[in-house]
Write a protein that binds this ligand. Sequence first.
Ligand code: NAI
Length: 327
Amino acid sequence: QNAPVTVTVTGAAGQIGYALLFRIASGQMLGADTPVRLRLLEIPQGVKAAEGTAMELDDCAFPLLESIDIADDPRVGFEGANVALLVGARPRTKGMERGDLLEANGGIFKPQGEAINAVAAQDIRVLVVGNPANTNALIAASHAPDVPTERFTAMTRLDHNRALSQLASKTGASVKDIEKLTIWGNHSATQYPDVFHASVAGKPVTELVDEAWLSDTFIPTVAKRGAAIIEARGASSAASAANAAVDHVHDWVLGTPQGAWTSAAIVSDGSYGVPEGLISSFPVTSTGGRWEIVQGLEVNDFSRQRIDASVAELVEERDAVQGLGLI
Ligand code: NAI
């Protein structure tokens, strides 16, 4: 058995938290050989519900679950954390302007970044799920100067998985036959799901679908899937978001399969014209616990336009939080 890993989950009493914690404790995120110590971080109003979730975790008698601690102080909640899943965030409420939303989230992700810097383990790896995820990750990273920025990531894996599923149903294939799909840019309606390098059972996707389907059906369906789920379920995606978080951390820590890639929002090194320092989604592989951007892909005009539009939105968000003094 491996050494136990301390995993901190914020927003632990929320809907995603409820779908996520049991998957982590069962070993699905870090593997069947790795014991887990869970730390649930909530705001004071969420602590009682988190205690209820912890009781249920106890009642599962998961062999890999070594301990559960609950905190409402980030300096306690991130103590010794090796992996942090930042799920709790301030949602946009009616009448809220984007500036207000960014500011409210700055009030969460700045102190969390500082606490991670101060008390987390040396090898801390952070996945931000709470929206606006890319920019929240940027805020947290900028307040953790001692942690390499590459350890702060944001989740676009749900978008990636949604794209896989849409493409599978269009082509009549199984998701496992689809390779080399990419989500570029921001986890927002401007995200760009790119199939130009993808294949289905070895066949280039460009031979199976046309551009009209991509621009009129595929791209908007993937980008607006979150809204469609809210419309149908009366609540936002939770189990699928938790599943994507499990996939992201699993692949980051344990590696992506040989020859395959996935999507994650990681800090840009300037690749593909994405300004250095932005946390933007790329095609990525992981070995040894480190994401690498897949290099050398040709970007056609159709893709260039859409990547640029999403990246422009990220630049705007970055400038806005800079203007607010949050980074
Ligand atoms: P929820 O409202 O059910 O739960 C959020 C929880 O976070 C609440 O229990 C709240 O008390 C807690 N919280 C708020 N501020 C906190 C803080 N400072 N520290 C610790 N906990 C705090 O929301 P849900 O459905 O679980 O979603 C969480 C976030 O995930 C939202 O921002 C949502 O937009 C985002 N999301 C992101 C997706 C992605 O693909 N990146 C997909 C789906 C949701």
